[in-house]
Design a protein around this ligand. Sequence first.
Ligand code: MG
Length: 302
Amino acid sequence: MLPPYVKIVEVGARDGLQNEARALSVASRVEFIRLLGETGVRAIEVGSFTSAKRVPQMVGSGEVLKSIQRNNGVGYPVLVPNLRGLEDACAAGATEIAVFAAASETFSQHNLRCDIAASLERFAVVIERAHAADIRVRGYVSCALGCPYQGAVPSAEVARVAALLYNFGCYEISLGDTIGVGTPRQAQAMLERVAADIPLEKLAVHFHDTYGQALANIYAVLQLGVQVVDSSVAGLGGCPYAPGASGNVATEDVAYLLHGLGLHSGINMPQLLRAGDYICKQLGRRNHSKVAAAWSNRKPLQ
Ligand code: MG
């Protein structure tokens, strides 16, 4: 059964920009987030407190967080990899953070430089401290439908990692198809397995369009009742494991799908297109949203 309202979590200013070649200034990122705030989205990822060496695009995330104008009822999470990141996020006035674990052991080793168990131990402490500081925590599980190093990832493992993050106190768990290999039936099967341990309304999906399956996957899991979808305006962000490939599903395309299904998202399409247009000009790249391309070139019906 389709949910009446779907919350979109706009990840373009973090997950999107950190995978773009050109690093933008703090001022451009603040303006981008201001424009996103006018689209009606209820959650905007703002930045990341990871190593400047590994993710130079996210340098200055503290300044971004301090400079943005916050709208009532909108969450502004920042990604935090460890206690040091949490301290920096707190100092910049974070009210929400996101932590990330992998469902694949090899991916965890490559991306977090430790095994899954060690990363979860670290995050348990981060989450506890965040809660003590009245900061809410969102959890990401990457490689939920496949891993660039080991291939298939069992849904039971996704469910295990997701349940641990949930039990540590994450208010929502976003299940990420990091390399965008999943197809609708796989997505449904994975979701059903994870939802056996965690209430469905606490789960979000994070699809990449690497193989053109993102919208199909979203439609498939909406039918199971999923109510939260991560997306990135203009399809910002590529895939680090497949240079040149598409990255995050575009928010414009997700909003068009939702509205076509008669579902509410709170999104104002013209404002969303404006935000996409702005950021593409800043990055000097084309807009990867099909809806944005169609909308900007449309002619009146004869
Ligand atoms: Mg992503």
